[in-house]
Write a protein that binds this ligand. Structure first.
Ligand SMILES: [Zn+2]
Length: 117
């Protein structure tokens, strides 16, 4: 049994470069053909500005350890409740966290607005 260590805190603290951005990893699901977030995040320098598959972004390059380990990880599909493993790097995606946090902020604002209403 291998234990996947996702040390987000330490990794983030050491990367203070402007060009580095945080990405979350989503995988294409074998069970429902949807896309699911793995909860794994990684900081990449000069990463894609929008969603790009890991296979495309690291074409011809070696994968960072964080990304290579998920090839053997199983994830549970929230729709079917079944486990799946995604070994195809073209079906694993880097998703920029920037765009996502904007959406979350909007949702929070909206909720607060209703409460005061
Ligand atoms: Zn699924």
């Amino acid at each position: 049994m291998t234990q996947l260590k996702v040390g987000t805190g330490e990794a983030l603290a050491s990367t203070a470069h402007n060009s580095a951005a945080q990405y979350s990893i989503s995988v294409s699901c074998n069970r429902c053909a949807g896309m699911h977030e793995t909860g794994i995040s990684i900081t990449i320098e000069n990463g894609p500005s929008h969603r790009q598959s890991i296979g495309d972004f690291y074409d011809g390059k070696s994968l960072p350890k964080t990304l290579s380990t998920i090839a053997s990880d199983s994830f549970s599909c929230p729709l079917t409740g079944r486990q799946f493993i995604q070994k195809d790097t073209k079906r694993r995606f880097l998703v920029s966290s920037k765009g996502r946090s904007t959406i979350e902020n909007d949702a929070r604002k909206t909720r607060r607005g209703y409460g005061l209403g």
